[in-house]
Design a protein around this ligand. Structure first.
Ligand code: ZN
Length: 361
């Protein structure tokens, strides 16, 4: 089962806004209460936290039963997410409320939501995209979010990922000079992104060298801008790639597992390291995955070892010189296109054999 989130603006009256305001305030206070206990008890287990906090939350904050449950779950999942980093959330702010099937329902353009002031029927502002996505759906969870003084709802819908895509496989090679190269020959250049990253790095470096107190704030704002820009680009890019798969009747998209992608790049230095870190390949893959799933196209991640050294036609070792890949028997091919075709085949699996130059072999 796959999920997709649909964002809609809520059409609120002043009294509805008051209700959301109060509910989000109490929801955040409840979360902070649970957080304190979770940190003291050193646990992120939702069931344990439920036993420890549920009755108190109901009494202290007057939240409905399921809003109380949601606040505990929210803390538990935040704690779990940050567990690996040996951190925990500092504080929850009154900007959102979580809903599940018992306290939220969707019907024909409006949602019914439980608040501290009772159940509210709230209409939504729907565009064509949202109408289409929500038609005939029976969503089971949602989050109400406050943004720039307006209220939005993010509705999670589930759908079967039945494979209705075609027989073909699309391989995608991710890189620095070409952000993405598809096995169909489609190449998306990375120069603009590289230049953007370089410029931003320079600006950041010069700000940091000044070391004023206010720079921290400016840096924060800049990083927000950078992230939004890259995120937007990744949305555009992933859409382009998924459409390429659809156009070529591909039921599966194959990409490289990012975990070991670094071992592929030969010369590793500080500069490249920063480039890779800010590249957001992970985000790009996530976007491709969910956009593909919506079209019934599956995504597979393969081992990236030797994908750039193997010839996609004879699977023997070739030589790579910058943009071009040379195979002694099959000739020349664009290096990234060759790699994406090896990826489409499912990767090289093992070190490719050298082509023997002796006769009769
Ligand atoms: Zn070859």
């Amino acid at each position: 089962m796959n999920t997709r989130t649909i964002c809609c603006k809520l059409i609120t009256t002043p009294s509805a806004e008051d209700a959301f305001e109060e509910t989000s305030q109490l929801f955040a206070e409840a979360c902070n209460h649970v957080l304190k206990i979770a940190v003291a008890e050193k646990t992120h287990n939702a069931i344990k936290l439920h036993k420890l906090c549920y009755t108190d939350i109901r009494k202290l904050f007057g939240l409905s039963a399921n809003l109380a449950v949601r606040s505990i779950r929210r803390v538990a999942s935040c704690m779990t997410q940050l567990k690996g980093k040996r951190k925990h959330p500092k504080e929850f702010r009154p900007k959102s409320i979580d809903y599940d099937a018992r306290i939220f329902s969707y019907r024909e353009g409006s949602v019914s939501l439980t608040t501290t002031k009772g159940r509210l029927q709230t209409p939504m502002l729907l565009g064509e995209y949202q109408k289409k996505a929500l038609a005939g759906q029976n969503p089971t969870s949602a989050t109400v979010i406050k943004k720039h003084k307006a209220w939005y709802i993010h509705i999670v819908i589930e759908f079967e990922g039945q494979l209705k895509g075609g027989e073909g496989v699309l391989g995608i090679d991710l890189g620095l000079s070409n952000i993405a190269t598809a096995s169909t020959g489609l190449r998306i250049e990375g120069k603009a992104r590289q230049d953007f990253k370089k410029r931003r790095a320079k600006i950041r470096a010069s700000l940091q060298s000044k070391g004023k107190k206010s720079t921290k704030k400016v840096l924060k704002r800049l990083s927000g801008y950078e992230n939004r820009k890259i995120r937007h680009e990744n949305h555009v890019l992933s859409k382009q790639l998924v459409e390429e798969a659809k156009r070529h009747n591909c039921g599966v998209i194959r990409m490289e597992r990012l975990k070991d992608i670094r071992s592929k790049t030969k010369t590793w230095n500080k500069h490249l390291n920063r480039m890779m870190a800010g590249w957001s390949f992970y985000q790009l893959q996530q976007f491709v995955t969910y956009k593909a799933a919506a079209l019934g196209i599956g995504v597979e991640l393969i081992n990236p070892a030797y994908t750039s050294q193997t010839c996609h036609q004879c699977l023997k070792l070739g030589s790579r010189d910058r943009e071009s890949f040379n195979c002694l028997t099959c000739g020349e091919e664009h290096a990234d296109v060759n790699a994406s075709r090896v990826i489409a085949l499912g990767g090289a699996a093992c070190k490719p054999a050298r082509i023997s130059t002796r006769k009769g072999s």
